[in-house]
Design a binder for this molecule. Structure first.
Ligand SMILES: N[C@@H](CCC(=O)N[C@@H](CSC=O)C(=O)NCC(=O)O)C(=O)O
Length: 305
């Protein structure tokens, strides 16, 4: 598998580079950005944090707006910023029949920029929309075979739809990650208008299949099965001024708070409500250092002078 370098910028002593590659999971050309700190220059393996973006994002939103660079370089931490859906597939197929393909202007809740980090099973999405496989399996292999990363020290975070992706992928692959965090995650997509639009289109009408991609359902199930790691802390920031938190609630943060209480998991969850912050990147960039600190601790990193 060949990586094509699209662009590169020096950033806080390291490099932020965008690559494209042919993806077997999504049968399309995928793009990602990777930040490699200066420590990686001599082929020294560094820990890696995957950052998953929300609806309408590409591989560029997180690196350009989150303000990750100073802290990541102080820790010597690599970050990977994937795209959140396939792009430039044979769009005619999708536009026909008004399937809500975002390129057609019908909806930004499905299609390009709205992969929901799941494996679609319903035509026409089932051909390319395999973002679960791409993020959980294919991309880590691509990264491990092309860059000096210590795969035993891998972590994951995400924002909104990307928070849903990070949490659900973490829960389903708990041994693969050292730590998990999220900004304003979509926690209960089966009860959210976003999920209720996208999930039947990607997965069909059987709601049991939707539960495979629902953090509230996955957490309940794994806790009941005693299949939840107890050495990891879920770190979540949620702005109280988030436009998606009320009228209607599309995020369901309080459902998680109640569930954590019911399950007696308070010690494993730090859910912070940040006064007045909205859903956007001004919120994320305010608390990005805290998230990097959270992951760095689990990855065994300390701040360089
Ligand atoms: N139009 C959509 C929401 C668009 C939006 O706000 N996207 C957010 C993530 S929301 C959930 O995943 C985002 O991060 N966009 C990229 C950015 O750089 O801001 C709607 O209202 O439903």
């Amino acid at each position: 598998m060949t990586l094509t370098r699209v662009s590169q910028s020096k950033h806080f002593g390291g490099t932020l580079t965008k690559y494209s590659h042919a993806s077997t999971s999504t049968q399309s050309t995928m793009h990602f950005n990777i930040f490699l700190p200066k420590e990686a220059a001599g082929n020294t393996k560094v820990p890696v944090l995957y950052c998953l973006g929300g609806l309408t994002s590409t591989e560029d939103n997180f690196p350009q707006k989150s303000g990750f660079g100073a802290r990541a370089s102080q820790y010597g931490l690599a970050l990977v910023f994937p795209d959140n859906s396939p792009r430039n597939v044979s769009s005619r197929t999708y536009i026909q029949g008004d399937l809500g393909f975002s390129e057609a202007g019908a909806s930004s809740d499905i299609g390009y920029g709205a992969g929901f980090y799941l494996n679609a099973t319903k035509a026409p999405w089932d051909k390319n929309w395999k973002m679960y496989d791409y993020i959980a399996k294919e991309l880590p292999e691509v990264i491990a075979s092309n860059f000096p990363v210590d795969t035993a020290r891998t972590s994951i975070l995400g924002h909104s739809m990307g928070g849903h992706g990070a949490l659900s992928i973490f829960l389903k692959n708990q041994s693969a990650y050292k730590s998990i965090s999220a900004f304003a995650p979509i926690l209960h997509p089966i009860e959210s208008s976003w999920g209720q639009y996208a999930l039947p289109r990607y997965l069909g009408e059987d709601k049991k299949t939707w539960e495979e991609y629902d953090t509230i359902k996955l957490l309940s199930r794994y806790a009941a099965e005693k299949n939840l790691r107890d050495d990891v802390k879920f770190f979540i920031d949620q702005g109280t001024g988030d436009q998606f938190l009320n009228n209607p609630d599309r995020l369901h943060t309080t459902v998680l708070v109640d569930l954590v209480k019911d399950l007696g998991l308070e010690k494993q969850f730090e859910i912070r409500f940040q006064d007045g912050y909205d859903h956007g990147f001004f919120f994320i960039s305010t608390f990005m250092n805290d998230h990097i600190d959270h992951h760095a601790k689990s990855l065994g990193l300390t701040l360089n002078a």
